[in-house]
Design a protein. Structure first.
Length: 180
């Protein structure tokens, strides 16, 4: 029996079709692959090398979408640059889903509480946000893997911001995005 996490580490999305990629990712997760056990660079490489069609296919599967998004957000606290953040105190609310229908049941919601040089991620928003960022799953995964620019996504209407737009513009500088 092979190690499911090792199978993910060896996975090269560029050599697979979208359905093949989704099935292999699904099998690894069902077989107990711990996405958290993958080094940050490997996890980022997996996302970064996946095509938009592959990422869209993952996003259309609620179980895989949730597993991947949960892992990205879990890692945010690890990659938060508390030294750069200084005295930043803010709640950043994330809506990963449809830009047109905020009530869409497939929309994932997260909240990052930036305080005292730390980033605490919550699955259910409870704080008053300084900024709310709305982005479709494919674009979010590209952003989180360093494969897209927040400014470009914003300017092309693929990312929307409510609240402190100036703060949102500098948000990516507070996180170290792993290089794949």
């Amino acid at each position: 029996m092979s190690d499911p996490a090792a199978a993910l580490a060896d996975l090269d999305p560029t050599k697979l079709g979208e359905h093949e990629f989704v099935e292999l990712l699904d099998k690894a997760v069902r077989d107990g692959a711990d996405l958290g056990a993958l080094p940050a660079e490997e996890f980022s490489r997996l996302i970064k090398r996946a095509s938009s069609a592959q990422l869209k296919a993952v996003a259309e599967r609620s179980d895989l979408r949730r597993a991947v998004l949960d892992e990205v957000f879990r890692r945010m606290s690890e990659h938060y640059e508390g030294d750069r953040a200084g005295s930043t105190e803010a709640v950043v609310r994330w809506r990963i889903g449809s830009l047109k229908d905020s009530s869409d049941e497939r929309t994932a919601r997260y909240e990052c509480v930036l305080s005292g040089g730390t980033c605490e991620v919550r699955g259910e928003p409870v704080g008053e946000p300084r900024v709310t960022i709305m982005v479709p799953p494919v674009e979010f995964l590209k952003l989180a893997s360093g494969n897209a620019s927040a400014t470009t996504l914003f300017m092309t209407g693929k990312l929307k911001v409510a609240g402190d737009v100036g703060f949102a513009a500098g948000l990516t500088k507070l996180f170290q995005i792993p290089q794949a």
